[in-house]
Design a protein around this ligand. Structure first.
Ligand SMILES: *Cc1c(COP(=O)(O)O)cnc(C)c1O
Length: 376
């Protein structure tokens, strides 16, 4: 069976984890945590990066940092993972879901303005499949209405928009190092801070609401409870694993891009015959090959294709069920504007196997089986 995903292993993980054990410093912000943060700050050209136990936690920190209050409204796409919405629903926000554009499955920036009311505090964008949203349009609306922009860049490490790393364009950004993402440590995440006024408070929120980070930096002589917070720290064992992956970021990216391009080339004839649709990467956006998906005619055709692929040892999987029509989505938010593409295209989208060091023959086999399905 060709699996849908295989977590990336570069070969240095064991050595770094053993080294972390020898350091006798396994809690958060330890030696490997510092190395990862420095690597990320330099690679992304970010003001400040904090490692978190997950992207979910990094998103929760953004909601705390922008002081979301009961009844505030937050705008985001309905086509996203639950964590994007949960982080804000946890603080009492009401979610205004907006339709996606079919080319990228990212939030339709032209519909954001209609969703704004005098209760709106933030726009949360999701860079689906590691392909950037239309950030110029999003930033322009946010400036006009004085709103925060949070980037859920869970899938977007090493992607960019007009040369700027995803996660560094809005006020705050969040990455995921879950095993399904391009760079992983099993479970992990990062908060990207692009506005200096958030840094001190982010360090306090990360350390259970205390100024322990300032104490360690020698800026205060004891640490006390300063604010609300939680334990948003990543163990140094996870950071050691992650560092092995970040060091190989370029070669992991090249390898994934090669697979992505092979899919694109192999499936182009079917797209030209209008049997399937392929993903679009708009100009000035470099992507990281996080995902390769196709769109079938409709949901029944997708179901038959999934079955066909399974019979030929290929795991292909659908993705998000739109949040606005889910049980919790109806309780914590609502669709703003029409749902032209969110539901329809989520029912047609099918993700193909894509992971680091995927064998060329396996990519070829997937392409061949999709062709066979449409030729039959
Ligand atoms: C994976 C993902 C998350 C959650 O990441 P975790 O690290 O598992 O918390 C959030 N948003 C999006 C868009 C994701 O793809």
């Amino acid at each position: 069976m060709i699996p849908f995903n295989k977590p990336c292993v570069t070969g240095k993980e064991n050595e770094y984890i053993q080294d972390a054990i020898n350091n006798v410093k396994l809690s958060g912000n330890g030696p490997y945590g510092k190395k990862c943060c420095e690597w990320l700050e330099s690679y992304l050209k970010a003001e400040k990066v904090l490692l978190t136990p997950s992207c979910t936690h990094a998103l929760e920190m953004t909601a705390l940092l922008i002081d979301i209050q009961e009844g505030d409204e937050v705008i985001m796409p309905s086509y996203t993972f639950v964590s994007t919405a949960n982080a804000f629903a946890l603080r009492g926000a009401h979610i205004k879901f907006v339709d996606v554009e079919p080319e990228t499955m990212n939030i339709d920036a032209s519909r954001v303005e209609d969703a704004i009311t005098d209760r709106t505090t933030a726009i949360v964008v999701v860079h689906y499949a590691g392909v950037a949203c239309d950030m110029d349009a999003i930033m322009a609306v946010s400036e006009k209405y004085n709103l925060y922009v949070i980037e859920d860049a869970a899938q977007g490490l090493v992607s960019s928009y007009n040369g700027r790393a995803l996660g560094t364009i809005g006020h705050l950004g969040a990455f995921s190092f879950h095993e399904t993402k391009n760079y992983t440590c099993g479970e992990g995440g990062a908060l990207i801070i692009n506005d200096q006024r958030f840094i001190d408070r982010a360090e306090i929120i990360q350390e259970k609401g205390t100024n322990r980070s300032q104490f360690i930096q020698g800026r205060v002589d004891k640490y006390t409870w300063r604010d609300i917070g939680s334990s948003y720290l990543l163990s140094d064992l996870n950071a050691a694993y992650l560092y092995a992956q970040l060091q190989e970021a370029e070669s992991i990216n090249d390898d994934r891009l090669a697979t992505w391009r092979a899919y694109r080339e192999g499936l182009k004839p079917l797209a030209q015959q209008r049997k399937i649709e392929l993903p679009t990467v708009p100009e000035n956006r470099e992507h990281n090959a996080h995902m390769f998906y196709i769109k079938t005619k409709d949901e029944p055709e997708r179901k038959r294709l999934i079955e066909h692929l399974k019979e030929h040892d290929v795991m292909a999987v659908p993705h998000y069920v739109p949040l606005h029509s889910s049980h919790a989505g109806e309780r914590f938010g609502e669709m703003s504007g029409p749902d032209v593409y969110t539901t329809k295209d989520s029912e047609r989208l099918l993700r193909l196997p894509l992971y680091y060091e995927m064998a060329k023959e396996d990519v070829g086999h997937v392409v061949e089986q999709i062709r066979a399905f449409y030729e039959a």
